[in-house]
Design a protein around this ligand. Sequence first.
Ligand code: SF4
Length: 376
Amino acid sequence: MGYRTLGRTGLKVSEIGFGGYPVDDPDIVRYALDRGINYIDTSHCYRGGRSETTIGEALRGLRDRVVLTTKWCPHHIGRPAKKQVFLDMLDQSLKRLQTDHVDIVLNHEVGKNSDGVGLGRLQNPEMFEAFEAARQTGKARFLGASGHDPDLMGVMHHAVDSGRFDVLLCRYSFLDYPEQNRLIDKAHAKGVGFIAMKTLAGAKGADLDRFRDRHATFKQAALKWVLSNAKVSNLVISISSARQVDEYVPASGQPLRQADADILKEYEEAFSTQVCRYSGACLPECPENVRIADILRFSMYYHEYKQENRALESYARLVASERAAHCVNCSGFCEQACDYDLPIRTLLIRAHEKLAPGAGCPAPGVSGPPDPGRES
Ligand code: SF4
């Protein structure tokens, strides 16, 4: 396992980080630690707290071996977001994690669509006061931001420019180039750690096995591509099995070979018109203000990650006017604006059929059985 410095935090983090969303077995966390992973990412909102609880159980007696990150989620903070709610949420996370501190707390899902206010959550004085109180009491050491929204690049540039955030967690894959590289360059120049997620570019799981050669799987090639950027601090990928640990760890410390690039090229040619890049170019064209990019992300959770409950809960949080029911009777204005020729209308109708209330969708905030979880 290779290790890198996480920006100005000075923390030494494993190139492959443990994405804790799906994990249910403490032994898998400990197995990953034994293979050299020392960075663990979870969130207050992951699977109703079961991710944090599992990780807390796994880290009993091992807390000092890892860099531990959790998140403040907008769905649980409430509005207006008050200092005490942030602190209460962090205390609950610490209790589940069986520790007195996390190394990093991320202000999660920042962006206009997730919280309705865009930059507002990164400017909220109550959040900064809460972090400062947590820092002074030793409950959190560093502050960061993470998100998925189409306006993410603008939000993240603001986070870097503000000088108040030590770490970013952003999507970054071989299909996202080059927009993210400008953000990564700036973050690196200012000492802000950059952690990559969504590294598998849609993770079209059903067909992944054919994208491999004798030396690498598609996933290893995709992870190597991310790590080939020396300005990336590390990456997180969802892990729920020892097999995944064994597949992902060898991607660390290996150069990106031509054969790896060929695998990624083949994937791109096959799936380019099925993977949303979250540019947001389509959004102004929709007369109904459908949450296009977010719904495509939820659909990815459902179909590719096999994290059905995560997808259903996320879709259930949308109000009816934001859902894709409109698309059935639309001629697809959004598709004209897509630079990647995605059949957006068809993809959204398929998503709505799976994710709409009445198709087995739990109420917001209600967690079903664990998702098996595969990729991040
Ligand atoms: S198909 Fe029509 S309603 Fe649906 S997202 Fe596209 S423009 Fe909006």
